[in-house]
Design a protein around this ligand. Structure first.
Ligand SMILES: [Zn+2]
Ligand SMILES: [Zn+2]
Length: 320
C-alpha cells in the first residue's frame, strides 16, 4: 500500500507531486467529491500522518487552478514539520515481494515479454507467468517448431492465446483480439527415422491413454526448490524467472509455474517457473551503496536518482 500510494507523489502523472520531500518518503492520495465541493489530501511519511480537507461550509465548487488547496496545505505544513528531520525511507515488510510484470497480460513477465514493469505483491499473491508471450525454438530451415531431429535451430517469439481465452467459447476476449502469432506446427522437414519408429512400435507398451510418447504430464513443482523443479520437469524447456523477496527462508522455492500441474503438453514445451530470490531488504537510511540498482523500478517512471529497492529480475538460471 505504501508503494502504491507513492505513485501519486512520485509518478509522472501523479496528483500529489507537490508533496515530494527530498529524502523522506511520502505516500499520499488526493480525494474529491462531485463538482469539487470537497477536496482531501491524506498522506503519511515514516514520521507523521496527516489529512487535510478544503471546502466551504455551504457547498461551493472549489477552484483548483494551480493545484488543490488541500494538497498545497498538506505539502506546506508537512514540509515545515519535516524540515529538521533526518532522511528516512519506508522499510519494505518481509512479506512483500517484487516481481517483473508483463504490461500486456498483467502476469509475471517471462523472458519473452518485452513491455514490463516492476510491481509489488504480498507474498503468495504473485500472479502466474505470462502465457501470452512465448519463446519458441524453431527449425532454421522450416521455421516451424524444431524437433529433436532438426540440425539447426533458432529462437522465435510469438503471442499465444491464453488458456482462459481459448476455453471461453468466444464469450471472453482480450484486447489483443485475435492477433496471435504462436508457432504451433512442428518441423515437417526433419522427421523421426522410420526404422526407429517401427522399433518403438514393436516394443511399444499397450498404454491406451491419450498421452502419446511425445507428450508428458506436467508435475506440480510449486513449493519445491529450483533444482528439484528442474529435474522433475524433465525434458521440458524451463525458463526461470526470479521474484525478489526479503525473507531468506523462501529463497530458491518455486512460487508458481506457467503450465498448471497435470496438464498434458508436448515433451519439448516451454514452461516458466517463478522462483523466490532473497535480496537484502531495502533499508535506505543513507544513500551510499546501491550498486545493484538497475534504475528500472517502473514505479513512477521519473526520478531515477532516488535509492529505490534493488530490483533484479533474471531469466537465466543461476544454479544447477
Ligand atoms: Zn507477456
Ligand atoms: Zn527442421
Amino acid at each position: 500500500m505504501q508503494k502504491l500510494l507513492q505513485q501519486p507523489v512520485i509518478g509522472g502523472e501523479g496528483t500529489a507531486r507537490v508533496c515530494q520531500m527530498g529524502n523522506v518518503d511520502v505516500s499520499a492520495k488526493t480525494g474529491t467529491t462531485s463538482k469539487q465541493y470537497d477536496l482531501w489530501l491524506c498522506g503519511f511519511t515514516p514520521y507523521y500522518t496527516a489529512a487535510t480537507w478544503f471546502g466551504y461550509d455551504k457547498n461551493e465548487e472549489v477552484n483548483t487552478y494551480g493545484g488543490s488547496p488541500a494538497t498545497l496545505i498538506w505539502a506546506n505544513v508537512m514540509k515545515a514539520v519535516h524540515a529538521e528531520l533526518p532522511d528516512k525511507r519506508f522499510v519494505q515488510p518481509s512479506n512483500v515481494v517484487s516481481a517483473r510484470i508483463c504490461r500486456v497480460s498483467g502476469k509475471c513477465a517471462t523472458g519473452a515479454c518485452t513491455n514490463t514493469y516492476t510491481e509489488y505483491f504480498v507474498e503468495g499473491a504473485v500472479p502466474g507467468a505470462c502465457e501470452g508471450h512465448n519463446k519458441f525454438t524453431i527449425c532454421s530451415e522450416s521455421k516451424k517448431i524444431a524437433t529433436e531431429f532438426c540440425p539447426h535451430t533458432e529462437t522465435a517469439y510469438g503471442n499465444v492465446m491464453p488458456e482462459k481465452e481459448a476455453n471461453a467459447n468466444g464469450k471472453w476476449r482480450t484486447k489483443s483480439g485475435t492477433k496471435y502469432s504462436a508457432i504451433t506446427e512442428k518441423c515437417d522437414i526433419h522427421k523421426e527415422d522410420k526404422s526407429k519408429k517401427e522399433e518403438d512400435n514393436k516394443n511399444g507398451n499397450e498404454n491406451k491413454t491419450v498421452i502419446t510418447n511425445t507428450d508428458v504430464k506436467v508435475p506440480n513443482v510449486t513449493g519445491k526448490t529450483e533444482s528439484e523443479a528442474k529435474s522433475a520437469l524433465g525434458s521440458l524447456k524451463v525458463t526461470v524467472n526470479y521474484v525478489n523477496i526479503s525473507d531468506a527462508k523462501k529463497n530458491g522455492i518455486v512460487a508458481s509455474q506457467s503450465i498448471p500441474a497435470n496438464s498434458v503438453v508436448s515433451k519439448e514445451a516451454q514452461i516458466t517457473i517463478n522462483v523466490y530470490k532473497y535480496v537484502f531488504p531495502a533499508n535506505n537510511t543513507n544513500n551510499a551503496n546501491n550498486s545493484g540498482n538497475t534504475g528500472n523500478s517502473g514505479i513512477g517512471g521519473g526520478d531515477n536518482k532516488k535509492p529505490e529497492n534493488n530490483v533484479t529480475t533474471q531469466s537465466t538460471p543461476k544454479q544447477n
